[in-house]
Design a protein around this ligand. Sequence first.
Ligand code: ADP
Ligand code: MG
Length: 331
Amino acid sequence: MEQPIIEMNGLTKHYGSFKAVDNLHLSINKGEIFGLLGPNGAGKSTTILMLLGLTIPTAGEARICGINASRNPIPVKRKVGYMPDNVGFYNELTALENLIYIGRLNGIPEKEVKNIAREMLVEVGLETAINKKTGTFSRGMKQRLGLADVLIKQPEVIILDEPTLGLDPAGVKDFLELIRQLNQRQNLTVLLSSHHLHQVQQVCNRVGIFVAGHLLAEGNIETLTGNLFKTAPYVVQVTLKTAIMPDVQALQLPGAEKITINGDVIEISGQEDITPDIVRYFVHKGFDVTSVQKKTYGLDEIYQQYFENNLKENAPNEKSGRSFFGRFKKH
Ligand code: ADP
Ligand code: MG
């Protein structure tokens, strides 16, 4: 099996008695887009800083491309492009001048640096703003320039801390699409953090749900959904056009484990997908079926469910349950 490109083994960071990151075990493979997902204060940035060797772990270790990050931060820095959550540029310089400066810092030879910087700006979609001063840039343009900054040294891995923060919905969509293209074109491994559930869902192959320093769950959306909704994973919503809705008790639907009626929508869940039986049943009973929809769970539900389950586990110890809740902010 391929060696993971990022490995965290028991990674832990305490600030005094406060556990910002607690015993984190996680591996990320080459070519993956992994989303570190969690509310503010969950420990995402602290984890990223440990991955880069910028903060020393209290316990455990982080390896990138097999290199121990806290012992060898310089080789790690060569392989990893890091975009912090507050990218800054020289406002009086143009995009090209800013990028040439970064290119030089990264040791790109003088005769190549201008061309490479230009290519990078085209790559991130800033071709029309090459000679504009960055002081005039929108947040979305700054994030693109930040990405060019990170890519100019041709890293194997890029780590983006809250890259979509402050972007409007269209900006978020475009930026994530750019990440996806880079990942596909260059088989670039991407680790990005976010507290915006929907955004991460759009682009990540796998996510880790991180709350109060703990990784609550990790996997692709399908696996996470499967684990959570084991009891009745198939949910179908049927809308009927009728003056009188049927009585729940009277519905004879073999395979249905739970039936609820809300307005003109009947929700049926069970262990198997019995959608065709459901449709046949209502049609046979003389109802006009106006829509049939299989319900799929998104990250919102998953996030919420994991969070709620975790709260239940903490319930006997009310104090820890409450403090846990206090630290959770949904945005
Ligand atoms: P996130 O990036 O998920 O929002 P952070 O990793 O920035 O979370 O912070 C996790 C927790 O650790 C927060 O409660 C934060 O206040 C605390 N923390 C982060 N850095 C320090 C520090 N240098 N000293 C003390 N506490 C810190
Ligand atoms: Mg952060």
